[in-house]
Ligand binder design. Structure first.
Ligand SMILES: Nc1ncnc2c1ncn2[C@@H]1O[C@H](COP(=O)(O)OP(=O)(O)OP(=O)(O)O)[C@@H](O)[C@H]1O
Ligand SMILES: [Mg+2]
Length: 356
């Protein structure tokens, strides 16, 4: 017997098969995610017990089917039993529960790295604050936090009370990042249970209240941080960022599927680095093959939230800790419009919410 999870009891013979089973919509397998509680051979029957999961029935069924497929034809196994316990009551289990005093939670996600999630998250948060809303920005990219740099807060150090960690207030936002507390280079080696604990604490143990909306800047892909987020907090609606390149579009589909697999609404897809307007000629250059994202959104049945230009000023402003949306540059308007579109959709999903 061996174990990949502190409390799991997993028969070695089953590990290769179980490690081939991804959680529906995610990249990680169910063993790595710590979702298998017990796997053993009883006579000729493989008995697999999963951890209680807060997931829609069709996702649980898909998971059962994938496990069954992975065990088909395994020598010495004539029968398979999959035990899926009901999720325990809220006080006992990490089932999603609202962050006290926070009306809406909006993650900014992408399947692919470097498409501009953090840039969008920061400027979206500031754009929403510009609408008069109380806004928080949580950097959940524990592997490579970029919010401290983008907000010009690399030396900020949050204070803690006995109960809560105090967010840093800057640019009219409340913000928190693991980058305020640890050397970003060290954060890269975090894995599994530590990531899960950190995500939980950043969501629930920071003094966010009162907020109209909390924006979450996610790492790329569909891994530990994303699944913990969906298990810890109800998501109002996600914003998926992509560039118009084909490879990024495949990843955008993955990101949309991930939210669907956990019943979280998707507010829409935003197309970053969509076109380039050069300083000299003022012509619009569509370098990545503009026009592919809107049809994709339609096909996926999610809203198209618009396009953001590729602009050297965007990069320079973010590197300088002076986000573009605070500048007078023409690109700033695209981010303000994005914020207005996002808030309009959040309003529809939140009974009682109104633009202030
Ligand atoms: N519209 C844009 N115009 C010019 N540069 C941009 C634009 N959007 C993002 N960038 C630049 O591209 C780089 C990657 O952006 P960003 O860090 O926001 O991406 P990310 O998706 O958060 O990356 P990661 O997956 O590493 O978290 C940054 O240097 C940023 O300044
Ligand atoms: Mg980022």
């Amino acid at each position: 017997m061996s174990s990949n999870h502190p409390e799991a009891v997993l028969d070695d013979r089953f590990l290769p098969a179980l490690k081939k089973v991804p959680y529906p919509g995610f990249d990680s397998d169910i063993v790595t995610m710590g979702l298998v509680e017990d796997a053993r051979l009883v006579g000729q029957k493989a008995v697999i017990k999963l951890r209680p999961l807060a997931a829609p029935p069709e996702v649980l069924e898909q998971l059962e089917n994938s496990i069954a497929a992975a065990f088909t034809g395994m020598p010495g196994v004539e029968e398979l039993e999959i035990i899926q316990p009901e999720p325990p009551k809220p006080q006992k289990a990490p089932v999603p529960h609202a962050i006290e005093g926070v009306a809406a939670v909006v993650p900014v996600a992408s399947g692919k790295g470097g498409v501009g999630k953090s840039t969008v998250a920061v400027n979206l948060a500031l754009g929403l604050a510009g609408l008069g809303l109380k806004v928080g920005l949580l950097d959940l990219d524990l592997y490579g936090p970029s919010i401290p740099l983008m907000l010009g807060l690399v030396d900020a150090q949050p204070e803690a009370t006995a109960e809560k960690l105090m967010p840093i207030t800057a640019h009219g936002l409340k913000t928190m990042s693991i980058g305020f507390m640890v050397d970003p280079g060290k954060a890269l080696i975090w894995r599994g249970p530590i990531i899960m604990k950190a995500v939980k604490q950043l969501l629930h143990d920071v003094a966010w209240a009162p907020l109209d909306v909390l924006i979450l800047d996610l790492p790329p892909g569909t891994g530990d941080v994303q699944i913990t987020m969906t298990q810890e907090v109800p998501i109002t609606g996600a914003v998926v960022v992509t560039t118009p390149q084909d490879v990024a579009l495949v990843d955008a589909i993955k990101a949309v599927d991930m939210f669907r697999a956990t019943n979280a609404p998707v507010l829409g897809i935003v197309e970053n680095m969509s076109y380039f307007i050069c300083d000299g000629c003022e012509k619009r250059h569509e370098i990545f093959g503009h026009g592919s994202v809107e049809p994709l959104a339609r096909r996926l049945g999610v809203d198209y939230l618009g396009e953001l230009p590729l602009d050297a000023k965007v990069r320079a402003s973010m590197d300088a800790g002076q986000p573009i949306v605070e500048q007078t540059a023409p690109s700033a308007q695209a981010y303000r419009e994005l914020a207005a579109r996002v808030w309009e959709r959040v309003n529809k999903l939140l009974p009682g919410a109104e633009v202030k």
